[in-house]
Write a protein that binds this ligand. Structure first.
Ligand code: HEC
Ligand code: HEC
Ligand code: HEC
Length: 416
């Protein structure tokens, strides 16, 4: 009698079975592959918006191999190699390890310093964290050992960061606000999770944690002020969706240019936003989906009697224009310039003192470098000039005194 079950299948039957299995397996394998490819592609985009390359690449170094120093109040901390190299990079990180690094600031070798903005990335969705992981694991492994940090005691004990995390880090999940549009919520996510804009624009408390109730109200960073970018302040300065779009794409707009720490953010990161995401960002920042009408740029007319008038004509008008109208490919307009129209005079004084290095904007526009005048002009002249600019081209009062100029000077030159 033939056994009901044979462990030896006939060769023909095996072939048919194998073919059938293949037909079932092939499409699903192809689908997996597609999914992986699209995750890697999405990861590449998200990495740009998260600005990972800018921080994880040393000047002149190879991409993602780390070694860029970050000044912290406790000493310099260096970014690390996050290529897929198993010895010196993160090739040995499982997805869960990576999730912990991104959301909780806990790496394979212990707690991470918050110079790595996990306090913002903790808002990333699981799906996006996975896409970034897929992308990083697809990178070429590059062997390059990490640098030792020079952080002073007791902050050199990574153990202490555990305590810091307990008090200062709240790994919140991103929650959409149902009263707002989908686009507004997308903007909120891009700005606060991936864009980590608050890391510069939100003031920090004595524990070096971002203060949630002062979200985006402005903070000093490397001698400049990462301005107040709350919706009420941006709306008061009459930023439109188009202005912000231009600022984040080109680095300049009707309202002026970006400089200092804001320039690399635009150049490496936000200029890569898709059009839909760009609009989402400005809808969130301006807290409206509605169109905003651009008002006429402010020019209150010259007052030749003021001591700032001859200073402006003598030192500045050659580049910024007799009436502050700016000159194409030389310098931006003073009329309507948001740097003058801020309640805080910090940046206008800082720029006059220190100048701005030459920056590239796009293929058709570049501006000159702006010289610094700390040596040429004394504090009295800088006060007169800054007052003149604010009175003439913004709605701010001419109320700066010598003490203000001195304070800004101190802050600007305590950072080189
Ligand atoms: C503002 C600068 C900055 C940005 C932006 C940044 N990182 Fe980091 N990252 C750091 C620093 C500094 C460290 C090292 C911290 C330490 O040693 O404690 C680090 C560490 C890490 C680690 C731990 C690696 C290890 O060596 O164990 C991972 C993973 C990581 N970053 C991934 C990312 C990803 C992904 C992005 C973009 C979404 C990103 N980082 C963006 C500064 C940054
Ligand atoms: C590394 C620090 C840093 C980060 C991160 C950063 N900014 Fe800024 N930002 C600055 C500084 C400094 C200024 C002031 C100089 C200037 O006006 O460009 C500024 C200015 C601005 C301005 C006002 C520009 C003007 O002309 O008045 C806007 C709007 C802005 N940032 C939005 C953002 C957004 C959105 C993000 C997140 C994608 C972001 N910033 C991230 C440092 C930063
Ligand atoms: C050689 C040309 C040149 C001269 C002279 C010059 N500037 Fe500028 N200025 C520039 C350029 C270029 C920028 C924009 C730089 C950038 O952001 O890339 C700028 C930016 C500024 C800004 C910031 C504006 C913004 O877009 O946010 C202020 C304020 C300013 N200048 C004031 C002055 C004053 C006051 C003087 C005279 C004491 C002066 N500048 C002289 C070229 C010049």
């Amino acid at each position: 009698m033939k056994p009901a079950y044979s462990s030896h299948l006939s060769p023909l039957y095996s072939l048919v079975l194998a073919l059938c299995l293949c037909l079932v397996a092939l499409p699903s394998m192809a689908a997996d592959k597609d999914e992986e490819t699209s995750a890697i592609e999405r990861g590449a985009y998200l990495m740009k918006i998260g600005d990972c390359v800018a921080c994880h690449t040393a000047v002149g170094g190879r991409e993602l191999t780390g070694g860029l120093p970050f000044e912290t109040p406790f000493g310099p901390v260096y970014s690390t190699n996050i290529t897929s190299d198993k010895d010196t990079g993160i090739g040995n990180y499982s997805y869960d390890d990576f999730y912990d690094a991104m959301h909780h600031g806990v790496g394979i070798n212990g707690n991470l310093y918050p110079a790595m903005p996990y306090t913002s990335y903790s808002l990333l969705t699981d799906e996006d964290t996975r896409a970034i992981y897929a992308y990083l694991m697809s990178t070429k492994p590059i062997k390059q050992a990490n640098l030792d940090n020079d952080v002073s005691f007791p902050f050199n004990l990574r153990f202490g960061l555990k305590g810091w995390n307990l008090i200062a880090h709240d790994a919140k999940v991103f929650k959409p606000n149902n009263a707002k549009s989908e686009s507004w919520n997308r903007g909120n996510y891009l700005v606060n999770a991936l864009g980590h804009c608050g890391e510069c624009h939100t003031p920090r408390d004595t524990l070096y944690a971002m203060e949630p109730d002062k979200h985006f109200q402005g903070a000093i960073i490397e001698g400049l002020e990462a301005s107040d970018i709350t919706p009420s302040e941006l709306n008061r300065q009459n930023w439109t969706h188009e202005d912000l779009n231009n600022l984040f794409t080109e680095g300049y707009s009707r309202k002026g240019t970006v400089f200092g720490g804001m320039y690399p953010v635009v150049y490496h990161s936000f200029s890569h936003l898709t059009d839909t995401d760009m609009l989402a960002v400005s809808r969130y920042l301006l807290d409206t989906d509605d169109n905003i009408e651009p008002q006429k740029l402010t020019f209150n007319g010259h007052n030749p009697k003021l001591p700032g008038y001859p200073l402006y004509k003598g030192y500045c008008a050659g580049c910024h224009g007799q009436n502050g109208e700016g000159r194409p490919n030389v310098a931006p307009a003073m009329a309507g310039n948001a740097t003058l129209d801020k309640a805080s005079p910090h940046n206008v004084v800082a720029v006059i003192l220190k100048g701005i290095d030459s920056q590239h904007y796009n293929s058709t526009t570049s501006f000159y470098a702006m010289p610094g005048y700390a040596k040429e002009l004394d504090e009295e002249q800088i006060k007169d000039l800054a007052n003149y600019l604010r009175l003439t081209w913004s709605n701010q009062p001419a109320n700066l005194d010598i003490k203000t100029i001195r304070n800004v000077k101190e802050t600007v030159f305590s950072h080189n």
